[in-house]
Write a new protein. Sequence first.
Length: 285
Amino acid sequence: MKTLLLLMLASWLIPVQVLAADVLIVQSSRLSGYREALKGFRNTCTASSHSIVLEDYSETDISRIVREEQPAVILAIGDSALMTLKKIRRVPIVSVMALNLASGNSTPANITGVRMTVSPERYMNLFKAFQVRKVGIVFSQGRSGAYIKRARQTAERAGINLVLREVHNPRQTPSQLSTFRGNVDSLWLLPDATAMTRETVDAFFLFAMEQSKPIFAFSDVYLAYGAAAALEADRFTMGKQAGDMVNRLLGGASTADLPVEDPRSASLKINQSVIRKLGIAYSSD
């Protein structure tokens, strides 16, 4: 009888042990970019994990899930995942592939991760290669203020003049773009979810076409719109970076020890047809 009771008890406990995981992975959707970041994460972090894809559910009570599963760390992949998790304050969160990941005061203390934007130094080298000196940027302070501060310092050392226009909502973007007429020789697109929306993308490229100015983007998606070049972060490597962060958190580090990072690896893609049309030079030396 005792043996039977022990076997029954063991059978009841097994599902609980299977469900328990060190890392809760919350993924916005099944987009290929998110899947690639997840591959990189799993290449680096082998801790037990449980995954949730938000698009698979009409609504998700993330607070209840976190309360029941009690993960040691949460990995947020994509903007929807990050926004859903911002109400969670007692569990460290590592974010990747999210435009909304900021590095200023707006980011809760328990959130860190990997930015979508490559380091300013790499962009300055790109601008020099294209021989542009006055670069227009539309941005929001809350989203991109910390990155812009770094970019200004780097641009000053590189001899690049950043012409900045701040917006507080997407409706202001077209009017701010109009102030660049005669003041810039190129535009730099940042992954800023206030300045750059589906509704404002056309405004950037319409301005660039009318003024015959090159656009430098953070994703090769914009090459099809007419960007001259894109400096795109490697998603697999970003996932590996996130995995490194999670490993350190599981090892006892705190999010205060792990500031938001730039992507370690990026690829440059050039739109040759746009370069020829604009008659601009490019030198990789």
